[in-house]
Design a protein around this ligand. Structure first.
Ligand code: UDP
Length: 496
């Protein structure tokens, strides 16, 4: 597409409606910043509790006169049978309350539409988080295009699209039987038990149908990825789905100031200056960062104990982020404290709660990331040139693992993790990965001889490509310009 208009799109007003989970809200706030850096105005809907988490970011953007307006709408948690203040997926107490949360989120549509009717300048485009299946209708009401932001990369979106259309997973004889997902640029075998929940959970099938219909009604998707990371996948997705695909990432790279890095997504549960001093005291590429995303209650004490003992048995220092929900009995608490906090040898920095992830990953002392392969974490690792040890848990993480291990070849798998865990399911107190698995994988990543060096070189190459992609003239920069041009033309009625 020719970019014919002025380089800045001061006339455009984007409406962003992130899904209420950290892995969706965080990149969508970054997307707002990228849109604003191209001259657009942005209104981002949130809720009071979620706004409070990112207050320093909101205040900073406002002080710098960045044209992003955060609108906190009251979230009807109590009316929907949720505890007061439960406004984010990471605070739903148990799986039985998931549908209450989804019902409460649906009620946001009315106040949102009301707000948009009176807003100036008029909306030009809606970018909606997944799950808000009413977003395309809302966009139609205002005569503007609608894009979804699902948080997946193009490769995983393509896998999902091809599953929806081919239904090969339904034909698999058992949850464990690997089958090939058709029409991908390379062969990829996966088993049903490793697929995202929408291909497994019959209990929520009505929701899946609703969401799929909405995706088909939207104009396309905004993807936090870049062309050079998954060459051809965005184009294959565009052809297969008939929808527009805008790869505009890695959007985390718009966080450049110390404050942006320290406070991204939430207040860090560690003194960030102490954390930097600790990292400064380590040799380059000698520290392992261990974190499994924003979800709580993923692991129970037995698994955490094995992981912790595996980390201690390695010769490298590590930062381990343990979520609040993972803290259990006084015995286990005592064990954690004794082994990971009271030790005076400086081998470990335990963070209980929220880790300043992008700040940590971008420190030169960090040489490896033990990750659950959430797409944000994966891309943030790529953007920092840090190779990964992969331990997928749920959602599209087994697809991301394929990209990391076999296509990009910048990772090592841990143990034999072959089954997705149920999101917010009661994690049973069993062990999927043993301490020896952890040690072996980390040794191979950090000390893997020639193979390890090659892996690290590939990661470094990708870091450079990621940086170039978002710079002026880079692939993601141009995609963002094209997206804005599309919206401009839509407004003028000249897209057809
Ligand atoms: N994150 C963070 N600190 C934490 C946990 C998560 O900054 O302690 C951020 C992380 O940088 C990423 C997002 O939260 O941007 C998690 O997204 P991801 O897709 O990796 O995983 P999810 O939480 O959605 O499973």
């Amino acid at each position: 597409m020719e970019i014919t208009n002025s380089p800045n799109h001061h006339n455009l007003h984007f409406i962003l409606i992130p899904w209420l989970a950290p892995g969706h809200m965080i990149p969508m706030i970054d997307i707002s910043r990228v849109l604003a850096s191209h001259g657009a105005a942005v209104t981002l809907f949130t809720t009071p509790v979620n706004a409070a988490r990112i207050k320093p970011t909101i205040d900073r953007l406002s002080a710098d006169n960045i044209p992003i307006k955060f609108v906190p709408l009251r979230f009807p948690a109590v009316e929907a049978g949720l505890p007061a203040g439960c406004e984010n997926m990471d605070s739903i107490p148990n799986r039985a309350l998931l549908s209450n949360f989804l019902n409460a989120a649906k009620l946001l549509r009315g106040p949102m539409a009301q707000y948009l009717r009176d807003i100036a300048p008029r909306p030009s485009c809606i970018i909606s988080g997944t799950v808000h299946s009413w977003a395309p209708e809302l966009a139609r009401e205002f005569g503007v295009p609608c894009f979804f932001f699902q948080g997946f990369c193009s490769f995983s979106l393509l896998c999902c699209h091809n599953l929806y259309t081919s239904k090969v997973h339904d034909a698999a004889s058992s949850p464990t039987e690997p089958f090939v997902i058709p029409d991908l640029p390379f062969e990829f075998k996966i088993a049903r038990k490793q697929l995202p929940a929408q291909f497994q959970l019959s209990q929520f099938s009505y929701l899946v149908e609703e969401q799929r219909k909405a995706e088909l009604a939207a104009d396309g998707v905004v993807v936090n990825s870049f062309e050079e990371l998954e060459p051809g996948c965005a184009e294959l997705l565009r052809i297969a789905s008939g929808k527009l695909v805008w790869s505009v990432g890695p959007v985390s790279l718009c966080n450049t100031s110390k404050s942006d890095l320290e406070e991204r997504g939430d207040k860090a549960s560690v003194d960030t200056n102490e954390c930097i001093t600790w990292l400064d005291s380590k040799k380059p590429r000698s520290v392992i960062y261990v974190s499994f995303g924003s979800t709580t209650d993923v692991f129970q004490p037995k698994q955490l104990t094995e992981l912790g003992l595996g980390l201690l048995a390695c010769k490298w220092s590590f930062i381990w982020v343990v979520k609040d929900g993972e803290l259990f009995s006084p015995d286990f608490e005592g064990w954690l404290h004794e082994n990971f906090e009271a030790r005076a040898d400086g081998k470990c920095l335990l963070i209980r709660g929220w880790g300043p992830q992008v700040m940590i990953l971008s420190h030169r002392a960090v040489g490896g990331f033990l990750t659950h392969c959430g797409w944000n974490s994966t891309l943030e690792s790529v953007a920092a040139g840090v190779p990964m040890v992969t331990w997928p848990l749920f959602a599209e993480q087994f697809m991301n693992q394929k990209l990391i291990l076999d296509i990009l070849r910048i990772g090592v798998r841990v143990g034999d993790v072959d089954t997705a865990v149920e999101w917010l399911g009661l994690a049973n107190d069993s062990v999927a990965v043993w301490r020896e698995d952890v040690t072996k994988a980390l040794e191979s990543l950090m000390d893997g001889g020639e193979e390890g060096e090659e892996r690290r070189k590939r990661a470094e190459e990708l870091r450079k490509k990621a940086k170039t992609a978002i710079e002026k003239g880079g692939s993601s920069y141009l995609k963002m310009k094209h997206l804005m041009q599309f919206v401009d033309n839509y407004k003028a009625g000249t897209n057809a």
